[in-house]
Design a protein around this ligand. Structure first.
Ligand code: D41
Length: 674
């Protein structure tokens, strides 16, 4: 036996005991659940390889959850089982196959599928219809008596409706809806009190209160999913019927559960809930499948602590722990100097994350992120990964606070952060290669001059090689110059020159947007173009009478000031001259042209479009005057649905609202865009 294993086992046990204490006693976990699970898995594996080292006090030998001495102990007459976990489709298929084999069933089995609520399991005993006692699950055999607290939860009826059995023990999950959780944390923050890291800990913390009045104020909910001891009633033969009976007695059950067929039906339900997850009022961490027929459940029975007839299918963990390797500063098109944390790559929410933006220096200070820190990274759904918090317990003694660089990491010009503003900026302007590169990339981008094939890497090469300093230089590039670039063949060089040539015929709105004037997004550029009709009229107004710009619908003094400053700079006027000389041209419009083509129309976006970000779609639509709303209603004119569209798509179908895919959206935009 290796002495390393013995030491590691001891270290893991100590560490797990520490986290059990933080989690169960203090309600204040230090690390994400996935990290705790990893420690437990490692310990289990080591003990499996060295059975002689297993001791009765190892955390693997019990499910943690020592009842706190403050609460009375309740022994569960029928133990509260745990659930086996699956993390992949294959595991679900294997679960279904085993069940079919044991039941000797050839056809598909019926399952009851329900969301796996992220709360805490509670059991409640009704005697002759009255709530007598409620307890937490604890270790499955004994839990804590939380009767006075549970009595305050309005979701728990104090009396059952109708004719109730002599004894009815119901089991379910107590949880805190997301809205209540957010409100609780907002209020705690306002009072400078500690906040809860997630709704489950908030629910646990609220239920395990010595003062039930605190519980009463916390808006806890419960959904029932099972039974314990029952006397004077024979439960019906199906899971769904059993839940119907509970409902009839006035007990809350989850409305989002469904009957499904076979492993395929289970997996379809899993994906559907994955899509709906972000819109649910409560937090879930997966779904649970249960054999629908009670007779089948009884035949399968259970192994050690978990039934063979149920399975929890978990979503990939949304939070994971990793280390900050470095904090770097990136310089954007407008000179904004943005901190980015470089991470030890970590798998979270289904992807590997190695960078997260920290947005700005204030954010770095607020979160107090330092190089070398252990941090929690979160990636929920398709949302951009974020750094949630630092784990201060794991900080090295010598870690120094991050400072805002005094000089631009690219051009070494001064970095300034005006008082009261969050954004620090490089003052190098067009002399800064980073700003140059970003503004050229923006100039060429799809919604700007739309130069196909001029991507990030190519722009970097052109700028670094000194071939392009200003967007106008693009129009002077030659085949010979392009030939010298990496990965640039004769054909792709010719294609690029052709794309550059094509971009010369453009619209005023595109050109204005392409110039990258601060505060001038696509919608503003279009409004300006329509209002002024031509560039010279706009420049004249911006320079001599910026108040005229405020005449444009929806534009105010901020845009006016930015336009004034932009066109006052000789370098910018020279750029425009050079673009014109190179042959960039656009059609003059009648000033103050008619209302925008999509004015008065409301669009809703859902799911991901394959070739367009949500932001791009939104900008393009609002540039044409359309309103983009967040939810589908009778007032919605079109739903734009990408991949993985969920409940919005369903609702739009129900309401008979026209549905566009990306191609449909593009043709609609194309029909109106000049
Ligand atoms: O929503 C849940 N968290 C949930 C938990 C659920 N929907 N069903 C569950 N079913 C069971 C069995 C099958 C053992 C009656 C559960 C749990 N157990 C459970 N909760 C905590 C430990 C086990």
């Amino acid at each position: 036996m290796s002495p390393g294993a013995r030491a590691r086992i001891a270290a893991l046990r100590t560490e797990i005991a520490h986290h059990d204490y933080r989690y169960y006693v203090l309600d204040d976990p230090e690390i994400p659940d996935a990290e705790y699970d990893r420690l437990m898995q490692e310990l289990k594996a080591l003990e499996a390889a060295h059975p002689e080292l297993v001791t009765p006090d190892s955390p693997t030998q019990r499910i943690a959850g020592a009842p706190s001495a403050a609460f009375g102990e309740v022994v569960h007459e029928v133990p509260m089982l745990s659930l086996d976990n699956a993390f992949s489709d294959e595991e679900v298929a294997a679960f279904d196959r085993r069940a079919r084999e044991r039941l000797e069933q050839a056809g598909p089995l019926e399952y009851w599928a329900e969301p796996k609520l992220d709360g805490l399991a509670v059991t409640a005993i009704y005697r002759n219809g009255r709530l007598e006692r409620a307890a937490t699950r604890g270790d499955g055999f004994k839990g804590e008596d939380v009767t006075p607290n549970v009595r305050t939860i309005r979701a728990f009826p104090l009396r059952l409706r109708g004719k109730a059995p002599q004894v009815l023990e119901v089991r379910g999950e107590v949880f805190m809806p997301l809205k209540s959780f957010e409100r609780l944390n907002r209020e705690a923050e306002a009072r400078s009190e500690k906040t809860f890291v997630n709704p489950r800990n908030a629910a646990a913390g609220s239920l395990r209160q010595l003062d039930p009045r605190v519980t009463a104020a916390r808006q806890l909910r419960m959904y029932c999913y099972g039974l314990g001891t029952v006397r004077g009633w024979s439960p019906p033969g199906r899971q769904s019927e059993m839940l119907e009976a509970l409902k009839a007695w006035g007990l809350p059950v989850c409305p989002d559960s469904a009957r499904v067929r076979g492993a395929e039906g289970c997996l379809r339900y899993f994906r559907e809930m994955g899509e709906r997850r972000a819109q649910l009022a409560y937090q879930i961490d997966g779904v649970v499948y249960k054999l629908e027929r009670l007779a089948d459940q009884e035949r399968l029975g259970f192994v050690s602590r978990a039934p063979r007839w149920a399975l929890a299918h978990k979503f990939p963990a949304e939070e994971a722990m990793t280390r900050v390797r470095a904090i770097e500063w990136q310089v954007g098109r407008t000179g904004a100097v943005t901190p980015v944390a470089r991470l030890e790559p970590v798998f979270v929410g289904g992807v590997t994350v190695s960078n997260v933006t920290l947005h700005n220096f204030d954010e770095v200070q607020r979160k107090d992120v330092r190089v070398g820190d252990t941090v929690v990274i979160r990636r929920a759904g398709d949302v951009i990964p974020e750094l949630v918090r630092v784990i201060p317990e794991r900080r090295a003694a010598h870690a120094a606070p991050v400072e805002l660089p005094k000089r631009c990491p690219v051009c070494h010009s001064q970095v300034l952060k005006p008082e009261g503003e969050a954004v620090a900026r490089c003052t190098g302007g067009f002399s800064c290669p980073a700003q140059r590169q970003e503004s050229i990339r923006h100039f060429a981008s799809r919604l700007a001059m739309d130069i196909e094939g001029l991507g990030e890497k190519l722009v970097a090469q052109l700028v670094e090689g000194g071939l392009v300093r200003s967007p106008a230089d693009l129009y002077g590039l030659t085949a010979a110059q392009l030939e010298g670039l990496e990965r640039m063949g004769e054909k792709s060089g010719a294609n690029l020159l052709e794309a550059i040539e094509r971009s010369k015929r453009t619209t005023l709105a595109r050109l204005l947007y392409a110039l990258g004037i601060r505060e001038v997004g696509e919608a503003t550029a279009l409004a300006l173009a329509r209002h002024f009709g031509d560039l010279d009229a706009l420049i004249e107004a911006a320079r001599s009478d910026p108040a005229q710009i405020e005449q444009v619908p929806d534009l105010g003094p901020v845009v006016a000031a930015e336009l004034h400053a932009f066109f006052a700079a000789p370098a910018h006027r020279e750029l425009i001259e050079r673009l014109r000389e190179a042959g960039v041209s656009w059609e003059k419009l009648e000033p103050r042209a008619a209302a925008l083509p999509l004015a008065g129309r409301t669009f809703v976006l859902t799911g991901t479009l394959p070739g367009m970000t949500r932001h791009e779609a939104q900008e393009a639509l609002s540039a044409l005057g359309a309103k983009v709303a967040g939810s589908v209603s009778k007032k919605t004119n079109y739903l734009v649905a990408g991949e993985a569209s969920g409940s919005k798509l369903q609702k739009a179908r129900e309401l008979g609202i026209p549905i566009l895919d990306e191609a449909g959206l593009r043709s609609l935009l194309g029909a109106h865009r000049r």
